[in-house]
Design a protein around this ligand. Structure first.
Ligand code: PMP
Length: 307
């Protein structure tokens, strides 16, 4: 296993990573005109396997459609194959995969019809995003002073690169204040999501999560809802206020990078008994089994890289 990236897939070819450079005048760099994905590949008994590759490719194409790209040079299937190629080329067994479709043009403009889409895909080893310790001990979070996007300002169903300036503002502020991550409210003041994770609470044995009206349709979120229901839990999508979080028995967040992480403190208030709760732990264990190919019921969520 290597944790460096030797090759990047750029516009249809594998390129040595130090040669995968872009001109300073690339429009995407100046205006945040790109769409991307974050995907994980896990070690399984059948070798490295990418978790929910088809869904990630579908969301990538949907993001491009939402941003307004008209002609993409590759199909979802071709990009999925390219993801597998990057993992193989870098001889990675477990990794994070980052496809990026970005806007390039000859003239400087803000019109997507006067340029073209280019595509790059990188892969690298990436451990627990919120830290190994947080997986067991839990993360400390605060309600951000920044509001999540209104869907008529920056559309929340798309992973548009420019959207993430909002996440960076919130994350940087929270970490500088001494927290691990920011929880963001939607423009109506209800709980939305974190800077790169969806959020859940547990109260009296029922799991609640905000609906997807103002948040990203997280693929981990979707997997956890399915797995939780299969385990017999009731999962309710509803509006949550910030004080719902304070009185929850458990709180956890989900994302490709973060996976499933308990939240044990919010705004200096202890959540539940301040330790990872039983529902969070059960879902962490179930998710771990699913992504590592140890639960045949969800085998269709894994795409092997070498077979
Ligand atoms: N919300 C935001 C804003 C994100 O960037 C992410 C990470 N993609 C998520 C939620 C979680 O989505 P997923 O489970 O698909 O990674």
């Amino acid at each position: 296993m290597t944790d460096s990236q030797e090759y990047i897939w750029l516009d249809g070819e594998l390129v040595e990573s130090e040669k995968a450079t872009l001109p300073f005048m690339t429009s995407a760099l100046h205006y945040g005109l790109g769409v991307f994905e974050g995907i994980r590949c896990y070690e399984t008994p059948r070798g490295p396997a990418i978790f929910r590759l088809a869904e990630h490719m579908e969301r990538l194409i949907d993001s491009a459609r939402i941003l307004g790209f008209r002609d993409l040079p590759y199909t979802a299937e071709q990009l999925g194959e390219a993801c597998k190629t990057v993992v193989r080329a870098n001889r990675l067994t477990s990794c994070y995969i980052r496809p990026l479709i970005f806007f390039d043009s000859k003239v400087k403009n803000l019109n997507l019809d006067q340029g073209w889409a280019r595509v790059g895909i990188a892969a690298w080893y990436w451990g627990a995003y919120l830290g190994e310790e947080a997986l067991e001990k839990g993360a400390r979070m605060n309600i951000s002073s920044y509001t999540r996007h209104h869907p008529n300002v920056m559309m929340t169903k798309a992973k548009i690169t420019g959207n993430y300036a909002n996440s960076v503002l919130a994350k940087t502020e929270s970490v500088r204040l001494g927290f691990d991550e920011a929880i963001m409210l939607d423009p109506q003041g209800y709980v939305a999501e974190c800077t790169g994770e969806n959020l859940f609470i547990v109260r009296n044995g029922v799991i609640y999560t905000p609906g997807t009206w103002a948040v990203l349709e997280g693929i981990t979120r979707d997997a956890l809802i399915t797995v939780a229901r299969d385990l017999g839990y009731t999962v309710v999508e509803t509006q949550l206020s910030r004080d719902h979080l304070y009185i929850a028995d458990e709180c956890f967040v989900s994302g490709t990078a973060a996976e499933v992480v308990p939240v044990t403190e919010i705004d200096f208030r202890t959540i539940g008994n301040g330790r990872r709760g039983p529902v969070t732990h059960a879902l962490q264990k179930a998710f771990h089994a699913v992504v590592h190919g140890e639960d045949p019921r969800y085998a269709h969520w894994l795409t092997t890289v070498n077979e």
